[in-house]
Design a protein around this ligand. Structure first.
Ligand code: NAP
Length: 245
């Protein structure tokens, strides 16, 4: 992996993943809405051995900018070996229930912009006939829950989109990887009390690197979430609606 595009590059999971690819000859192109944060990520990656780190401090959620963002990334990197889409935000479920506008905003951040960028990146990778697209979805997309179904719906649409995209690109040199982390201790989840199911972003990053090496289509991280979600998915609706999940 020599030419790496990261969208939402200030994400703790994205940063931990980028660090695993820092070595001589690696060229990163980082997109994110906050220039100061991108500069900090850049300094860190350069210190750790990356050869070149270019920044694009524009908002990945601004749909009208997506086309030019990916075009600039392509111009800077030449070919893209690896693209990681990592931006996302946990909306306030109660506020979304009370406001269609907030629900649409949450869906735009977590789904529409991700799908827009994935579509544009897929075009480029298809043209190259090689490359890997990795997108951070979530276990939350596997089943609707009363306590977070807006975020869940966004992630579910991302996972379904990526599944279809991976089938479309099957047989080309392009691979598409859907990453479904469980609970990860990052700024997005800072308000939550952390228990035994929680993981650090560095563990998720190692799982992402392994999934890329093994060209997996879908990966639950850590691995035990595959089994947790299998159980969650088979609970009958009549029982599920009585659980306060
Ligand atoms: N943490 C978890 O438990 C968990 C579990 C499953 C999936 N995920 C997914 O993993 C991905 C990375 O999240 P993380 O845990 O690494 O959290 P994080 O460190 O808080 O990173 C979130 C990223 O999304 C960006 N972002 C948030 N709201 C945005 C907005 N309105 N417009 C543009 N960019 C925005 C942030 O940019 P700024 O730095 O500029 O704010 C940051 O780059 C997300 O897609 C998240 O849904 C996380």
């Amino acid at each position: 992996m020599k030419k790496i595009l990261i969208i939402g590059a200030s994400s703790a999971i994205a940063q931990a993943t980028a660090r695993l690819y820092c070595k001589e000859g690696v060229h990163f192109y980082l997109i994110g809405r906050n220039e100061e944060k991108l500069e900090i990520v850049k300094d860190d990656l350069i210190t750790r051995g990356a050869e070149q780190v270019d920044l694009d401090a524009t908002n990945p959620v601004s749909l009208e900018e997506n086309e030019s963002q990916i075009k600039r990334a392509r111009q800077s990197l030449g070919e893209i070996d690896l693209a990681l889409i990592a931006h996302g935000d946990l909306p306030d479920q109660k506020e979304c229930e009370a406001s269609a506008r907030k629900t649409i905003k949450a869906l735009t951040i977590n789904s529409v912009s991700v799908i827009s960028l994935a579509t544009l990146i897929a075009h480029h990778l298809e043209e190259q006939n090689k490359g890997t697209l990795v997108v951070l979805s979530s276990v939350a997309g596997d089943r609707g829950r009363a306590s977070n179904y807006v975020y869940g719906a966004a992630k579910s649409s991302v996972s379904t989109f990526l599944e279809g995209l991976s089938y479309r690109l099957n047989g080309t040199g392009v691979s598409v990887i859907t990453v479904k982390p469980g609970f990860v201790d990052t700024p997005m989840t800072e308000e939550f009390e952390k228990g035994w199911l929680w993981t650090q972003p560095e563990t998720i990053a190692l799982g992402i690197k392994k999934a890329i090496e093994k060209q997996k289509s879908v990966v639950y991280l850590p691995w035990f979430w595959r089994w947790i979600m299998r159980v969650i998915k088979i609970i009958p609706r009549t029982i599920f609606k009585r659980l306060s999940l």
